[in-house]
Design a protein around this ligand. Structure first.
Ligand code: TRP
Length: 363
Protein backbone atom coordinates (compact mmCIF):
# COMPACT_ATOMS: atom_id res chain seq x y z
CA UNK A 1 0.00 0.00 0.00
CA UNK A 2 1.18 3.52 -0.78
CA UNK A 3 2.38 5.64 2.13
CA UNK A 4 0.60 8.97 2.02
CA UNK A 5 0.79 11.96 4.33
CA UNK A 6 -1.89 14.57 4.82
CA UNK A 7 -1.71 17.37 7.33
CA UNK A 8 -2.51 21.05 7.55
CA UNK A 9 -3.05 24.23 9.51
CA UNK A 10 -5.78 26.78 9.91
CA UNK A 11 -4.74 30.10 8.39
CA UNK A 12 -5.62 32.31 11.35
CA UNK A 13 -2.15 33.74 11.95
CA UNK A 14 1.51 33.44 11.13
CA UNK A 15 3.21 30.26 12.23
CA UNK A 16 5.50 30.31 15.27
CA UNK A 17 8.20 28.25 16.96
CA UNK A 18 5.55 26.07 18.60
CA UNK A 19 4.33 25.08 15.13
CA UNK A 20 7.91 24.57 14.03
CA UNK A 21 8.98 22.08 16.71
CA UNK A 22 5.48 20.64 17.01
CA UNK A 23 5.09 19.76 13.35
CA UNK A 24 6.77 21.79 10.60
CA UNK A 25 10.27 20.50 11.25
CA UNK A 26 9.05 16.92 11.18
CA UNK A 27 7.10 17.49 7.96
CA UNK A 28 10.20 18.68 6.18
CA UNK A 29 12.17 15.68 7.48
CA UNK A 30 9.41 13.32 6.33
CA UNK A 31 9.29 15.08 2.99
CA UNK A 32 13.01 14.62 2.52
CA UNK A 33 13.12 11.07 3.88
CA UNK A 34 11.87 9.68 0.58
CA UNK A 35 9.75 7.21 2.56
CA UNK A 36 6.42 8.57 1.41
CA UNK A 37 4.80 8.20 -1.97
CA UNK A 38 2.75 11.37 -1.69
CA UNK A 39 2.61 14.30 0.72
CA UNK A 40 -0.27 16.76 0.97
CA UNK A 41 -0.16 19.85 3.14
CA UNK A 42 -3.38 21.79 3.36
CA UNK A 43 -4.16 25.36 4.32
CA UNK A 44 -7.45 24.75 6.10
CA UNK A 45 -9.30 27.96 5.27
CA UNK A 46 -12.76 26.37 5.36
CA UNK A 47 -12.06 24.98 8.80
CA UNK A 48 -10.72 28.39 9.92
CA UNK A 49 -14.04 29.91 8.84
CA UNK A 50 -15.98 27.60 11.17
CA UNK A 51 -15.02 29.84 14.06
CA UNK A 52 -14.27 33.02 12.13
CA UNK A 53 -17.49 33.42 10.18
CA UNK A 54 -17.61 37.13 10.93
CA UNK A 55 -13.97 37.67 10.03
CA UNK A 56 -13.23 36.12 6.64
CA UNK A 57 -10.67 38.86 6.02
CA UNK A 58 -8.45 37.40 8.74
CA UNK A 59 -8.47 34.04 6.97
CA UNK A 60 -7.97 35.67 3.58
CA UNK A 61 -4.92 37.61 4.77
CA UNK A 62 -3.31 34.66 6.49
CA UNK A 63 -3.36 32.13 3.67
CA UNK A 64 -0.29 33.77 2.13
CA UNK A 65 1.39 34.02 5.57
CA UNK A 66 1.03 30.29 6.13
CA UNK A 67 2.12 29.54 2.56
CA UNK A 68 5.23 31.70 3.01
CA UNK A 69 5.96 29.99 6.33
CA UNK A 70 5.63 26.56 4.67
CA UNK A 71 8.00 27.46 1.86
CA UNK A 72 10.48 29.13 4.20
CA UNK A 73 10.83 26.12 6.49
CA UNK A 74 11.67 24.02 3.46
CA UNK A 75 8.47 22.44 2.23
CA UNK A 76 9.24 21.90 -1.43
CA UNK A 77 6.37 22.17 -3.91
CA UNK A 78 8.18 19.66 -6.12
CA UNK A 79 7.82 17.03 -3.40
CA UNK A 80 4.83 18.24 -1.42
CA UNK A 81 1.42 19.25 -2.74
CA UNK A 82 0.48 22.44 -0.91
CA UNK A 83 -3.16 23.42 -1.38
CA UNK A 84 -6.09 25.44 -0.10
CA UNK A 85 -8.94 23.45 1.44
CA UNK A 86 -11.88 25.40 -0.01
CA UNK A 87 -10.42 25.08 -3.51
CA UNK A 88 -11.18 21.35 -3.26
CA UNK A 89 -14.99 21.34 -2.99
CA UNK A 90 -15.06 17.52 -3.14
CA UNK A 91 -14.05 17.62 0.53
CA UNK A 92 -17.34 19.26 1.45
CA UNK A 93 -19.41 16.64 -0.31
CA UNK A 94 -17.54 13.84 1.43
CA UNK A 95 -18.15 15.51 4.79
CA UNK A 96 -21.86 15.66 4.06
CA UNK A 97 -22.00 11.87 3.68
CA UNK A 98 -19.75 11.23 6.68
CA UNK A 99 -21.99 13.32 8.93
CA UNK A 100 -24.56 10.52 8.73
CA UNK A 101 -22.05 8.12 10.27
CA UNK A 102 -21.35 10.20 13.38
CA UNK A 103 -23.62 11.02 16.31
CA UNK A 104 -23.92 14.41 17.97
CA UNK A 105 -22.93 12.92 21.32
CA UNK A 106 -19.79 11.48 19.76
CA UNK A 107 -18.64 14.95 18.69
CA UNK A 108 -19.71 16.41 22.04
CA UNK A 109 -17.28 14.06 23.77
CA UNK A 110 -14.32 15.31 21.68
CA UNK A 111 -12.01 16.98 24.25
CA UNK A 112 -10.43 19.37 21.71
CA UNK A 113 -13.85 20.56 20.55
CA UNK A 114 -14.92 20.96 24.20
CA UNK A 115 -11.93 23.18 24.97
CA UNK A 116 -12.48 25.25 21.84
CA UNK A 117 -16.16 25.77 22.64
CA UNK A 118 -15.14 27.19 26.03
CA UNK A 119 -12.35 29.34 24.56
CA UNK A 120 -14.60 30.82 21.88
CA UNK A 121 -17.55 31.38 24.24
CA UNK A 122 -19.67 29.12 22.07
CA UNK A 123 -21.34 27.51 25.12
CA UNK A 124 -24.61 29.37 24.54
CA UNK A 125 -24.87 28.68 20.84
CA UNK A 126 -22.48 26.58 18.81
CA UNK A 127 -22.32 27.23 15.05
CA UNK A 128 -23.34 24.02 13.27
CA UNK A 129 -20.37 24.32 10.93
CA UNK A 130 -17.96 24.58 13.81
CA UNK A 131 -19.53 21.57 15.49
CA UNK A 132 -19.05 19.55 12.31
CA UNK A 133 -15.42 20.44 11.66
CA UNK A 134 -14.10 17.18 13.12
CA UNK A 135 -16.18 15.35 10.52
CA UNK A 136 -14.88 17.61 7.77
CA UNK A 137 -11.37 16.86 9.00
CA UNK A 138 -12.10 13.18 8.39
CA UNK A 139 -12.87 14.11 4.77
CA UNK A 140 -9.59 16.02 4.46
CA UNK A 141 -7.69 12.95 5.57
CA UNK A 142 -9.61 10.21 3.77
CA UNK A 143 -9.98 12.09 0.47
CA UNK A 144 -6.26 11.60 -0.01
CA UNK A 145 -6.25 8.05 1.39
CA UNK A 146 -3.70 9.30 3.90
CA UNK A 147 -1.98 6.60 5.92
CA UNK A 148 -0.09 9.02 8.13
CA UNK A 149 -1.19 12.28 9.73
CA UNK A 150 1.63 14.16 11.47
CA UNK A 151 -0.01 16.51 13.99
CA UNK A 152 0.17 17.68 17.59
CA UNK A 153 -1.51 15.74 20.39
CA UNK A 154 -4.51 18.11 20.44
CA UNK A 155 -5.46 16.64 17.06
CA UNK A 156 -5.52 13.04 18.34
CA UNK A 157 -9.33 13.05 18.90
CA UNK A 158 -9.83 14.07 15.24
CA UNK A 159 -7.72 11.20 13.95
CA UNK A 160 -9.56 8.82 16.29
CA UNK A 161 -12.90 10.02 14.90
CA UNK A 162 -11.57 9.65 11.36
CA UNK A 163 -10.65 6.04 12.06
CA UNK A 164 -14.16 5.42 13.40
CA UNK A 165 -15.72 6.98 10.30
CA UNK A 166 -13.49 4.89 8.03
CA UNK A 167 -14.47 1.70 9.83
CA UNK A 168 -18.12 2.59 9.82
CA UNK A 169 -18.04 3.52 6.14
CA UNK A 170 -16.16 0.38 5.10
CA UNK A 171 -18.54 -1.79 7.14
CA UNK A 172 -21.68 -0.27 5.74
CA UNK A 173 -20.67 0.33 2.12
CA UNK A 174 -17.73 -1.99 1.56
CA UNK A 175 -13.96 -1.53 1.77
CA UNK A 176 -13.25 1.90 0.26
CA UNK A 177 -11.44 4.18 2.70
CA UNK A 178 -8.03 3.94 4.32
CA UNK A 179 -7.59 4.06 8.09
CA UNK A 180 -4.99 6.71 8.96
CA UNK A 181 -2.47 6.72 11.75
CA UNK A 182 -1.41 9.71 13.81
CA UNK A 183 2.27 10.61 13.97
CA UNK A 184 3.03 12.62 17.12
CA UNK A 185 6.15 14.72 17.76
CA UNK A 186 8.90 12.52 19.21
CA UNK A 187 9.70 14.54 22.26
CA UNK A 188 7.40 15.87 24.93
CA UNK A 189 8.87 19.42 24.94
CA UNK A 190 8.09 19.69 21.25
CA UNK A 191 4.47 18.70 21.74
CA UNK A 192 3.70 21.72 23.84
CA UNK A 193 6.29 24.46 23.59
CA UNK A 194 5.39 27.11 26.19
CA UNK A 195 5.09 30.78 25.27
CA UNK A 196 7.83 33.26 26.17
CA UNK A 197 5.83 34.13 29.30
CA UNK A 198 6.11 30.54 30.53
CA UNK A 199 2.38 29.99 29.99
CA UNK A 200 1.12 26.62 28.90
CA UNK A 201 1.32 27.03 25.15
CA UNK A 202 2.54 29.46 22.54
CA UNK A 203 -0.58 31.15 21.28
CA UNK A 204 -1.29 34.27 19.32
CA UNK A 205 -4.09 35.40 21.61
CA UNK A 206 -1.70 35.36 24.59
CA UNK A 207 0.91 37.43 22.74
CA UNK A 208 3.69 35.08 23.81
CA UNK A 209 4.89 33.83 20.43
CA UNK A 210 8.14 33.92 18.57
CA UNK A 211 7.12 33.89 14.91
CA UNK A 212 9.12 32.28 12.15
CA UNK A 213 8.81 35.61 10.35
CA UNK A 214 10.16 37.69 13.30
CA UNK A 215 13.33 39.63 12.50
CA UNK A 216 16.57 38.72 14.32
CA UNK A 217 16.02 41.78 16.51
CA UNK A 218 12.42 40.94 17.40
CA UNK A 219 13.40 37.38 18.26
CA UNK A 220 16.34 38.48 20.46
CA UNK A 221 14.12 40.98 22.27
CA UNK A 222 11.54 38.29 23.01
CA UNK A 223 14.20 35.89 24.30
CA UNK A 224 15.66 38.59 26.55
CA UNK A 225 12.20 39.15 28.02
CA UNK A 226 11.55 35.45 28.63
CA UNK A 227 10.23 34.18 31.91
CA UNK A 228 12.94 32.37 33.88
CA UNK A 229 13.19 31.62 37.60
CA UNK A 230 11.72 34.41 39.74
CA UNK A 231 13.78 33.20 42.73
CA UNK A 232 17.06 33.48 40.81
CA UNK A 233 17.82 37.08 41.82
CA UNK A 234 21.61 37.01 42.00
CA UNK A 235 23.88 35.08 39.67
CA UNK A 236 25.27 33.17 42.65
CA UNK A 237 21.78 31.99 43.73
CA UNK A 238 20.92 28.40 42.85
CA UNK A 239 18.46 28.42 39.93
CA UNK A 240 15.42 26.28 39.20
CA UNK A 241 14.82 24.69 35.83
CA UNK A 242 11.14 23.92 36.15
CA UNK A 243 9.06 26.27 34.02
CA UNK A 244 12.26 28.11 33.06
CA UNK A 245 11.61 29.14 29.47
CA UNK A 246 15.13 29.44 28.05
CA UNK A 247 15.96 25.95 29.31
CA UNK A 248 12.74 24.49 27.94
CA UNK A 249 13.53 26.03 24.55
CA UNK A 250 17.07 24.68 24.74
CA UNK A 251 15.60 21.23 25.39
CA UNK A 252 13.67 21.61 22.16
CA UNK A 253 16.33 23.23 19.98
CA UNK A 254 19.91 22.70 21.08
CA UNK A 255 22.44 19.98 20.44
CA UNK A 256 26.03 19.40 21.57
CA UNK A 257 27.38 21.04 18.41
CA UNK A 258 25.83 24.33 19.49
CA UNK A 259 27.96 24.28 22.65
CA UNK A 260 31.15 23.74 20.72
CA UNK A 261 30.27 26.72 18.54
CA UNK A 262 28.74 29.25 20.91
CA UNK A 263 29.48 28.20 24.50
CA UNK A 264 32.56 25.94 24.55
CA UNK A 265 32.89 26.24 28.35
CA UNK A 266 30.19 23.57 28.51
CA UNK A 267 30.07 20.22 26.72
CA UNK A 268 26.32 19.82 26.68
CA UNK A 269 22.98 20.99 28.03
CA UNK A 270 23.27 18.85 31.15
CA UNK A 271 26.47 20.64 32.20
CA UNK A 272 24.79 24.01 31.66
CA UNK A 273 21.76 22.93 33.67
CA UNK A 274 23.96 21.61 36.49
CA UNK A 275 25.81 24.91 36.73
CA UNK A 276 22.53 26.83 36.77
CA UNK A 277 21.01 24.75 39.56
CA UNK A 278 24.26 24.93 41.56
CA UNK A 279 24.32 28.71 41.24
CA UNK A 280 26.81 31.01 39.55
CA UNK A 281 25.27 31.08 36.07
CA UNK A 282 23.32 34.15 34.99
CA UNK A 283 20.11 34.13 32.94
CA UNK A 284 21.77 36.53 30.48
CA UNK A 285 24.36 33.94 29.47
CA UNK A 286 21.71 31.29 28.94
CA UNK A 287 19.55 33.69 26.91
CA UNK A 288 22.45 34.82 24.74
CA UNK A 289 23.24 31.19 23.99
CA UNK A 290 19.59 30.50 23.19
CA UNK A 291 19.52 33.43 20.75
CA UNK A 292 22.46 31.87 18.89
CA UNK A 293 20.83 28.46 18.90
CA UNK A 294 17.50 29.79 17.63
CA UNK A 295 19.20 31.87 14.99
CA UNK A 296 20.79 28.78 13.56
CA UNK A 297 17.29 27.48 12.82
CA UNK A 298 15.74 30.83 11.97
CA UNK A 299 18.35 32.49 9.72
CA UNK A 300 17.84 30.13 6.77
CA UNK A 301 14.06 30.31 7.28
CA UNK A 302 14.16 34.12 7.22
CA UNK A 303 16.34 34.13 4.11
CA UNK A 304 14.08 31.79 2.21
CA UNK A 305 11.06 33.83 3.28
CA UNK A 306 12.62 37.03 2.01
CA UNK A 307 13.14 35.45 -1.39
CA UNK A 308 9.58 34.18 -1.68
CA UNK A 309 8.21 37.52 -0.47
CA UNK A 310 9.73 39.02 -3.61
CA UNK A 311 7.60 36.76 -5.78
CA UNK A 312 4.13 36.52 -4.27
CA UNK A 313 2.43 35.68 -7.60
CA UNK A 314 4.66 32.59 -7.78
CA UNK A 315 3.47 31.55 -4.32
CA UNK A 316 -0.17 31.87 -5.39
CA UNK A 317 0.69 29.89 -8.50
CA UNK A 318 2.11 27.09 -6.32
CA UNK A 319 -1.14 27.08 -4.34
CA UNK A 320 -3.22 27.04 -7.51
CA UNK A 321 -1.31 24.14 -9.03
CA UNK A 322 -1.32 22.31 -5.70
CA UNK A 323 -5.08 22.80 -5.34
CA UNK A 324 -5.67 21.47 -8.85
CA UNK A 325 -3.54 18.39 -8.17
CA UNK A 326 -5.26 17.83 -4.82
CA UNK A 327 -8.65 18.21 -6.44
CA UNK A 328 -7.90 15.43 -8.90
CA UNK A 329 -7.04 13.02 -6.10
CA UNK A 330 -10.05 14.00 -3.98
CA UNK A 331 -12.37 13.67 -6.99
CA UNK A 332 -11.16 10.13 -7.56
CA UNK A 333 -11.89 9.17 -3.95
CA UNK A 334 -15.27 10.88 -4.07
CA UNK A 335 -16.08 8.87 -7.19
CA UNK A 336 -15.22 5.66 -5.33
CA UNK A 337 -17.29 6.78 -2.35
CA UNK A 338 -20.32 7.48 -4.50
CA UNK A 339 -19.86 4.13 -6.19
CA UNK A 340 -19.65 2.31 -2.85
CA UNK A 341 -22.76 4.12 -1.60
CA UNK A 342 -24.47 3.35 -4.89
CA UNK A 343 -25.40 6.95 -5.45
CA UNK A 344 -23.60 7.09 -8.80
CA UNK A 345 -26.96 6.72 -10.56
CA UNK A 346 -26.01 7.70 -14.10
CA UNK A 347 -23.04 5.31 -14.20
CA UNK A 348 -25.11 2.51 -12.73
CA UNK A 349 -26.12 0.41 -15.74
CA UNK A 350 -27.42 -2.27 -13.39
CA UNK A 351 -29.86 0.17 -11.77
CA UNK A 352 -31.12 1.45 -15.11
CA UNK A 353 -31.58 -2.08 -16.40
CA UNK A 354 -33.37 -3.15 -13.23
CA UNK A 355 -35.82 -0.28 -13.50
CA UNK A 356 -36.35 -0.91 -17.21
CA UNK A 357 -37.32 -4.49 -16.46
CA UNK A 358 -39.53 -3.43 -13.58
CA UNK A 359 -41.63 -1.25 -15.83
CA UNK A 360 -41.33 -3.29 -19.05
CA UNK A 361 -43.96 -5.76 -17.83
CA UNK A 362 -46.42 -2.98 -16.87
CA UNK A 363 -47.19 -1.87 -20.49
N1 TRP B 1 -7.35 21.02 12.78
C1 TRP B 1 -6.04 21.39 12.27
C2 TRP B 1 -5.55 22.61 13.07
O1 TRP B 1 -6.31 23.18 13.82
C3 TRP B 1 -6.04 21.73 10.81
C4 TRP B 1 -6.52 20.62 9.94
C5 TRP B 1 -7.65 20.62 9.16
C6 TRP B 1 -5.91 19.34 9.76
N2 TRP B 1 -7.77 19.45 8.53
C7 TRP B 1 -6.73 18.63 8.86
C8 TRP B 1 -4.76 18.72 10.28
C9 TRP B 1 -6.45 17.34 8.47
C10 TRP B 1 -4.47 17.42 9.88
C11 TRP B 1 -5.31 16.72 9.00
O2 TRP B 1 -4.43 23.00 12.93
Amino acid sequence: MEKIILTGDRPTGKLHLGHYVGSLKRRVELQNSGEFDKIFVMIADAQALTDNADNPEKVRQNIIEVALDYLSVGLDPEKTTIFIQSMVPELTELAFYYMNLVTVSRVQRNPTVKTEIKMRNFEQSIPVGFFCYPVSQASDITAFKATTVPVGEDQAPMIELTREIVNRFNNVYGETLVEPEILLPENAVCQRLPGTDGKAKMSKSLGNCIYLSDTAKEMAKKVKGMYTDPLHLNITDPGHLEGNCPFIYLDAFCNDGHFEKYLPEYKNLQELKDHYTRGGLGDGTVKKFLINVLDETLVPIRERRKQWEQDIPAVYEILRKGSEAAREVAAKTLHEVREAMKINYFDDAELIKQHSEKYASVK
